[in-house]
Design a protein around this ligand. Structure first.
Ligand SMILES: [Zn+2]
Length: 590
């Protein structure tokens, strides 16, 4: 796929209804020219999320996120720019046209496409082999014994890799693929003697697919104990990173969006069994611990994840890790502790299994509560030193929760159990450093510099933003002020906004820089403010003069530092005259 043409990009932007798009994630109601609602990116009780239907922009005055319709889809669905445009084009019936692109990128895409085809073909081969060959009879028996039905296995494309050393290698080459290509996708590997052979042999094969259902790699389960590792996965390749993938996401994504949460389990067969039992929002992490990339992939889709992992110590460790990787994200992580010795596949295969599992998920407790519970359960409360140790362990967990009602509940629980005054427990919590670095904060939209909330701005920054918003509201005056404003008047963010406005005087919001989240968010904020807040030439002049005063003060300080007293005196006189003008303007303006 080459670059989407500018014309069709424009058509998509025109066709997409931002109110409708946002409304699938939060309820909006009309308020004057805007629509407002609870922010879908951070937790809040009073709405600070604004949508401007004319400019097709959104901005949250609480956590600072913002952008256009495409940015919203990118962030909320966890998609790249092109994918978000495609999704909107689909939804609003816009035919996308593409520009020609440079041959190198095209060649790379061609290569990717070929490798994708090779993986898909091989997945079909394995699946066919599972159902049709005598050799796979034992594998079919094993899967049947685990309670997995043919329909489920076919849906997930489960297959079987033959025992021969070169079946896939030969087939691939006959179909026109090179040995290098087979190696690039992790299907062939080189032996000690230098020859190539199939990486997967005599194994039940689980194709690992991306969100769009494209096979990127495999997990292979051994059929006998003398085969070495029980599970072998595709080695890391250029485009297969196991730690980024969620097994079953292609089949689970709709149910996840609908349920508003994902259920995360450990193994391939757990995912299959749960889907078969109707728990369609289940995905697998293919390892004990969930990774930051997996949390990130999910945080675009949902704000709640239920971990259904083994209750054993490895599982507990995995849950603690989850806490760390979720730190700083707006993601609620709950824990459904599996009864020891039972995994989700075994549970759902048993009597009323699906129901038991559903109950477990419904009753899942928040991760911090789960951790605190673990500590309290292990503590011998009759021993003062044990109680002290328990307090040390739970304080950082509680500190990481931020100031929430559920934290207060937990504090009371800890106090009761350890026989301490709640105030004393709370004192320890406030003194503790949160386990996860920082307490819950609203999410950034990628990039290192998270947007800052209005309350965190300095008075100078607030003034500068007010003036820049008025430059948008009153473009004729705006042009004049944008010419008068220098970099010395502005904060670094202000400098970037001003130069954007100088370059896009007519329509600052129509082509937000999608590769620059921070700037796009700032522009969205100012355009929405411009529509909403009163603007006047007088107010602009007033704000400008105050910024000018700040600039002069900085210059006076610099002159003093350089021991240029003459200059300092001249600047001070200038400042005094300015202060008088400001005072006069304020009296006149009332
Ligand atoms: Zn927000």
């Amino acid at each position: 796929m080459a670059l989407i043409s500018a014309e069709s990009l424009e058509r998509v932007k025109q066709a997409a209804d931002i109110v409708e798009v946002v409304s699938t994630h939060t309820d909006l109601r009309r308020q004057g020219v805007r629509w407002v609602g609870l922010c879908p990116f951070h937790e809040e009780r009073t709405p600070s999320f604004s949508v401007d239907p004319q400019e097709k922009l959104y901005h949250c005055f609480g956590c600072g996120v913002g952008g256009d319709t495409i940015k919203f889809v990118e962030t909320k669905e966890g998609l790249g720019f092109a994918e978000a445009v495609e999704l909107l084009a689909d939804r609003y019936g816009v035919e996308l046209e593409h520009d020609q692109e440079d041959p190198q990128a095209e060649a790379k895409r061609q290569k990717r496409r070929r490798l994708g085809e090779l993986l898909d073909r091989t997945a079909s081969f394995y699946a066919g082999f599972l159902w049709d060959s005598d050799e796979a009879g034992r594998a079919r028996d094993y899967l049947r014994e685990r309670g997995l039905e043919e329909e489920t296995l076919r849906e997930f494309g489960v297959g079987y890799a033959p025992s021969a050393w070169d079946k896939v290698l030969m087939r691939g080459q006959r179909a026109g693929f090179s040995v290098e290509e087979l190696r690039a996708v992790g299907l062939a590997q080189r032996g000690k003697g230098g020859g190539e052979y199939d990486r997967f042999r005599s194994r039940i094969m689980f194709p690992i697919r991306d969100r769009r259902g494209r096979t990127l790699g495999f997990g292979g389960r051994a059929m006998s104990s003398d085969q070495g590792a029980k599970y072998v996965n595709t080695a890391e390749t250029d485009f297969f990173h196991k730690s980024h993938m969620l097994y079953g996401i292609d089949l689970a994504k709709q149910a996840i969006a609908k349920a508003g949460r994902a259920v995360v389990v450990e193994g391939y067969t757990d995912v299959l069994a749960l889907h078969q039992a109707g728990v369609r929002e289940a995905v697998g992490v293919m390892g004990t611990a969930i990774t930051a990339e997996q949390v990130s992939a999910l945080s675009g889709m949902v704000d709640e994840v239920v971990l259904a992992l083994d209750a054993d110590s490895a599982g507990q460790e995995a849950m603690l890790r989850a806490q760390r990787v979720a730190a700083g994200r707006q993601m609620r992580i709950r824990v459904a502790a599996m009864p020891s010795g039972e995994d989700p596949a075994e549970m759902t295969a048993g009597e009323n299994g699906a129901e038991r599992f559903r109950t477990l998920v419904e009753e899942a407790v928040d991760l911090p509560a789960f951790q605190v519970g673990l500590v309290l359960d292990r503590t011998n409360v009759t021993s003062p030193s044990e109680r002290d140790r328990a307090m040390n362990e739970v304080a950082p967990v509680l500190a990481g929760m931020g100031e929430t009602a559920s934290r207060d509940d937990l504090v009371r629980r800890v106090a009761e159990r350890l026989d301490l005054e709640p105030a004393l427990v709370m004192g320890r919590v406030t003194a503790a450093r949160p386990l996860s670095g920082r307490p819950q904060e609203p999410p950034g939209q990628g990039g290192s510099s998270a947007p800052r909330r209005a309350a965190e701005l300095t008075s100078r920054e607030r003034r500068e933003r007010a003036l820049l918003a008025m430059c948008i509201a009153l473009p004729d005056d705006g042009k004049e002020y944008l010419a008068r404003l220098t970099d010395e008047h502005l904060s670094p963010a202000g400098v970037r906004i001003a130069s954007w406005l100088r370059e896009h005087p007519e329509d600052p919001a129509s082509n937000l820089p999608h590769e620059d989240d921070e700037l796009a968010g700032l522009i969205a904020e100012l355009v929405i403010t411009a529509h909403d807040e009163p603007a006047s030439s007088e107010a602009m002049e007033h704000n400008y003069l105050l910024l000018e005063q700040r600039r002069l003060e900085a210059e006076i300080a610099a002159a003093g530092k350089a021991e240029d007293y003459e200059r300092r005196a001249a600047l001070s006189r200038e400042r005094a005259a300015l202060v008088q003008r400001i005072a006069h303007a304020e009296r006149v303006g009332g």
